[in-house]
Design a protein around this ligand. Sequence first.
Ligand code: SF4
Ligand code: SF4
Length: 301
Amino acid sequence: MMNSRGINHQTKYNIEYDIEADWVIGLLCNFNCEYCISHTGKKYQDQDTGNRFIEFFNLSGKRWLLHITGGEPFLYPNFIELCVLLTRNHKINLNTNLSSSLVYDFARIIDPSKVTFINIGLHIVEREKYDLINDFIDKYKYLKDKGFSLIVSYVMYPALISRFEKDYEYFKSLGIIVSPKSLRGVFFGKRFPEAYTATEKKAFSKYSLTAENEAGSGEFLTEPIINLSLDRKFVEKSPNYKGKMCLAGKDFVRIFPDGKITRCDKKTVIGNVFDKKLELYSKARICDTFSCPYFCAKYSI
Ligand code: SF4
Ligand code: SF4
């Protein structure tokens, strides 16, 4: 899987996999972040869907790199057991708010070499609301001690930009580097990142670069599927990939809670986990859609 810069993804990141997936495992979440559209998810009715996902991945004959996101993945039924089974044959990484007590079981049971990174959303307002700051620090340190690669991201909602520096310094004093993440999408009638003011964009870039430099090599993961260093570019100008060749649909797919598999968006369906169907493209195709620019940056060629 070579991109336009002649870089082989698997070799570059020293990760062995055949195909990567952004897997929205479910939309249920216990936080209620002001800038989130996912937290309306319903409680899980079917406790057995995890086994159907595992069966699908194993029968595909491919080694998957699964970016598990939500909602809050730790709320998914039997999540630790699911991760145990997934990491036998595949690699995973997570987006999580780290609030579940199951995080300790995860850290104890799951082999960190099978987890390429954990992206922890700090979501400072919700965390303060539930008095979970020290809980977060304890879990961060526990995971770190166990050898997991951790990213802590901080969604730069305009109302939070003025407090970012103070929060950054506080967590830095505890050895935790917090990296700004740009808003994307429509919030209160404004489209972001375009709606950031020039001052907010300048502050974002400064904080983002500081975080990247202060995290040091190996700590700030510059090119996983969640590539926070790209946000500095995205806040200046939303990229448009339409018309470019892209390996999404061949080397990358998205998977949704109902089992639907798409090229990268919500409409270009190429399979379904529960029907045990996946029709991957045999080569790169022209981009005629829109998706998260992290995916576009990694898979367009
Ligand atoms: S923690 Fe994540 S999924 Fe949950 S409400 Fe906040 S942004 Fe949404
Ligand atoms: S939207 Fe992005 S990931 Fe999807 S085909 Fe276009 S460039 Fe590729």
